[in-house]
Design a protein around this ligand. Structure first.
Ligand code: ADP
Length: 494
């Protein structure tokens, strides 16, 4: 990593941000702006358009015109592919600038940000670009004298509402397949992570994406997001964020045009360590990284640790010791393992969970408080809480911070019961040297992703999605296309 360049970029003034609608930067219709604060020091980084319902409607209208006009969906697949490949190249060429801007806005550690944000977004866009001219329709096995063709057609206008933890990565998981499918998009970034998405949307224009195909509207979810969700002209709504917002989106769909809604709502993912794990030291390290990187603000974070009782005390001791070696602080320092919490509100929420556990008599094995207050930034010591009970809020609810809840178990059945004991079902991990047990556990755990002897780090070729209240629909892999393509049958008498 180019340290000198990072040092230059970290203090660059950030110009005020406007929406991107119909190919042009646009201020909020009522002139409203909101402050963007940096979690690194609590200071104002810049200002951005505080979008209104009217702004969302005008972006949807632009997306509709672009879709109905065929300026994108009507192009040859090879032409769309060329634009998207160029877009991916431009994102990659601007990767460090994008990563540093993103870190200044949302606090992720720079090493992780560079890889998981611009580089991952570029790879995702490239993956879906490459697949555009490799998707075929079907010929159905019908009776003689008939021909059944199954076409896959772009679904129309997509509303994409995304969160602040990995805006580019998650944004690209939606934009890549939606645009590759030929849809037009209205993207609503989170209030605390909009700048990099606006920037890559500008790069899309530079790559040749026609005006109106990708529109970005910033501002409050309760106005901009709600207007997109309630629009009669949005065909598909894709979302990553919290459960309560997900419920509102489903209601909005029911109240408006029954648009299809796909939700990714986070989790309370269990990381299960059996005493026969092949390498306990590795399991300790990966468990810590699986919850503390990006200050725990990862939807698949392994936020519950289930440890077989015979190794529980030793494991917790090693875990606390390792956690204390993780450097917390300035996310633009490449040595930092755990960066800033995204916002003051999130920091307060994290601390409230820990205080409640403390008041219930649970043990704080390490961490438990805000640190580095002199910086003005939102930093929290990685926290391990032991002795928790299945009904504790810290066990059942997603904290979305650097907080790990640890439980002991005695048998495989008990591990499964604890693992499946929340409303969520996003991710999980099993650490064991017993191949049969690994496969049994994969089948028995209710989750969309089960790791074995690792945590995190899957690639684009596999789907990511949840079951239960973790949501529906999948990002990544060719399965993601299902959200953005409609099936159409042509039934022909020969
Ligand atoms: P988080 O707790 O992670 O911030 P949210 O669900 O509040 O999760 O936010 C995720 C995204 O949903 C953000 O872009 C936010 O602006 C948007 N959002 C929040 N409230 C609403 C709403 N009522 N309708 C539509 N979008 C919303």
């Amino acid at each position: 990593m180019d340290q000198g360049r990072i040092a230059e970029l970290r203090d660059l003034p950030v110009p005020p941000a406007r929406h991107l609608i119909d190919g042009a930067p646009v201020a909020a219709s009522d002139g409203g702006e909101m402050e963007v604060r940096s979690p690194l020091n609590g200071a104002v980084l810049t200002r951005m358009a505080k979008g209104t319902r009217a702004d969302a409607d005008s972006a949807v209208a632009a997306a509709r015109r672009a879709f109905d006009g065929g300026v994108w969906a009507g192009l040859a697949p090879s032409a769309r592919k060329a634009v998207m490949l160029k877009w991916a190249d431009l994102i990659e060429r601007n990767a460090l600038e994008l990563a540093v801007l993103g870190v200044r806005e949302n606090g992720t550690e720079i090493g992780m940000a560079l890889k998981a944000e611009p580089m991952s977004a570029a790879a995702t866009i490239r993956y879906y670009a490459e697949s555009i001219d490799k998707l075929y329709g079907e010929i159905a096995p019908t009776a003689p004298g008939t021909l059944g063709l199954v076409h896959r057609e772009p679904a129309g206008v997509v509303g994409a509402i995304v969160p602040w933890n990995f805006p580019l990565m998650i944004g690209a998981w939606k934009l890549g397949p939606a645009l590759a499918a030929g849809c037009s998009v209205v993207l609503k970034p989170a209030e605390t992570a909009s700048l990099t998405l606006l920037r890559i949307a500008e790069l899309a224009l530079e790559a040749g994406l026609p005006d109106g195909v990708l529109n970005v509207v910033t501002g409050p979810g309760s106005d901009v997001g709600a207007a997109i969700a309630e629009s009669m002209d949005v065909d598909v709504l894709v979302f990553t964020g919290s459960g309560p917002t997900g419920r509102r989106l489903l209601e909005a769909s029911a109240r408006s045009n029954l648009k299809r809604v796909y939700l990714e709502l986070g989790g309370k993912s269990p990381n299960i360590v059996f005493a026969d794990a092949p390498d306990l030291d590795e399991a300790v390290k990966v468990a810590a990284n699986g919850i503390f990187r990006n200050a725990g603000q990862v939807c698949i974070a392994g936020s519950r640790l289930l440890v077989e009782r015979s190794i529980h005390d030793t494991f917790v001791e090693k875990l606390a010791a390792f956690t204390e070696t993780m450097k917390v602080g300035d996310p633009l320092d490449p040595g930092t393992a755990c960066g800033a919490v995204n916002s003051q509100a999130q920091l307060e929420r994290n601390l409230a969970f820990v205080e409640e556990a403390r008041a219930q008599g649970r043990t704080i094995a390490t961490g438990g408080s805000r640190i580095l207050t002199e910086t003005g930034g939102y930093f929290m010591a990685p926290t391990v809480v032991t002795g928790v009970q299945p009904d504790d809020r810290i066990v059942r609810e997603e904290v979305f911070g650097p907080v790990l809840a640890v439980q002991a178990f005695d048998t495989e059945d008990e591990a499964v019961a604890l693992a499946n004991g929340t409303d969520y079902g996003l991710a999980a991990a099993v650490w064991t040297a017993d191949l049969s047990r690994a496969h049994r556990m994969v089948r028995r755990i209710r989750a969309g992703l089960v790791h074995v002897n690792t945590y995190g780090g899957s690639d684009l070729t596999v789907p990511l999605g949840g079951v239960g209240q973790s949501g529906n629909g999948h990002d990544k892999s060719l399965h993601a296309f299902d959200k953005y393509l409609d099936l159409k049958t042509a039934w022909i008498k020969l």
